[in-house]
Ligand binder design. Structure first.
Ligand SMILES: Cc1cc2nc3c(=O)[nH]c(=O)nc-3n(C[C@H](O)[C@H](O)[C@H](O)COP(=O)(O)O)c2cc1C
Length: 315
């Protein structure tokens, strides 16, 4: 997830039980022109394996070279983004625009794969719009080209983040797909992760926003989260990961963001979020976070608000 799955967050989530992590989307053209900012997006540390780097781009040469750079950097796989609905990406013919032209999609996969010896995976939406859903055809192309898995976000490009992910459609695609399918969309709890996996018969599920409210979702899904929620140690580990990578301003920004997200469903959350918004001093903010989570130590967050949450992104 762009703006979220940066290096410290990926390390944190691996530690919290996530099986495989993938970077934010990285522009192949940005890598070509050696943009320092773009290169930073694909940094990872050894604790993250297996880790994939997600690429997008419209120029085949750039994609081929970028995929090679990912391999040389030691990542475990390259993931291609065919799901991004954002106009800036789509208008250049990249991201979900490729779903409208399967020949182009094939060319992109071929170019990225041409010099790779590590696996290539793809991430798609169900189609461009409701009338042109074509994940079954995409899966066939992916299979023909030797792709390792296809991850499907169960919405069309036209739907953006509205409505619900269509897991019936994902199941239908999985039923006939010659290539492994990972299902994705709206998994908010470990219980849901299990039921989606079971009902869709997918080869795996992918969780995005669900881990932004519940940092234990992967541990819980793998039955490894035992006992009460140790909020203080969870927040401390998050901070330690951030401290290893960012300077103070960014650490504070991130701590504020995650502390607010995790609080949904805990007693006193509304006031806590207000306080976080108004408090300015670094120490004041960190103390408030410590106090809130110490007060809620042991409690599981029960978020029944059904508020829309992060209704926009690059996939
Ligand atoms: C803030 C944000 C950024 C995202 N960035 C990416 C991205 O860079 N690449 C991608 O494939 N998907 C991206 N996505 C889409 C998610 O990977 C996922 O497909 C989508 O949010 C639905 O799954 P979820 O309900 O589990 O979050 C992003 C989503 C959000 C909310």
């Amino acid at each position: 997830m762009a703006g979220i799955t940066d290096r410290p967050f990926r390390s944190f989530m691996r530690e919290m039980g996530c099986g495989v992590v993938i970077s934010e989307l990285v522009s192949a053209t940005g890598l070509k022109y050696a943009s320092a900012k773009t290169r930073k997006l694909m940094e990872f540390d050894p604790t993250q394996h297996p880790v994939g780097i997600q690429l997008f781009g419209e120029t085949l040469d750039h994609l081929r070279d970028a995929a090679q750079m990912v391999e040389q950097a030691g990542a475990d796989f390259v993931d291609l983004n065919f799901g991004c609905p954002v106009p800036k990406v789509v208008n250049k013919g990249a991201g979900s625009a490729c779903l409208k032209d399967l020949n182009k999609l094939r060319d992109v996969i071929r170019a990225a794969k041409s010099l790779l010896s590590i696996p290539l995976t793809v991430k798609i939406r169900t189609g461009w719009d409701q009338n042109t859903r074509n994940s079954d055809q995409v899966a066939q192309v992916a299979y023909d080209e030797g792709v390792t898995w296809v991850a499907i976000h169960g919405r069309t490009r036209a739907a953006a983040y509205t409505g619900l992910a269509d897991w019936d459609y994902i199941r239908e695609v999985k039923r006939t797909s010659p290539v492994p399918i990972l299902g994705n969309g709206d998994i908010g709890s470990s219980f849901q992760a299990h039921s989606r996996l079971l009902e869709s018969d997918c080869d795996g599920v992918m969780i995005g926003r669900g881990c932004l409210k519940n940092p234990r979702i992967f541990l819980e899904a793998n039955n490894l989260a035992v006992g009460e929620v140790e909020w203080s140690s969870i927040l401390r580990r998050l901070r330690e990961h951030l401290e290893a990578f960012y300077e103070e301003r960014m650490i504070l920004l991130q701590m504020r963001k995650f502390a607010a997200w995790y609080s949904a469903g805990l007693p006193g959350a509304a006031q806590f979020r207000k306080d976080l918004f108004f408090l300015q001093g670094r120490q004041e903010v960190l103390d408030r976070i410590d106090r809130f989570y110490l007060g809620n130590q042991g409690l599981a967050a029960l978020d029944t608000s059904h508020e829309p949450f992060l209704m926009g992104g690059h996939g």
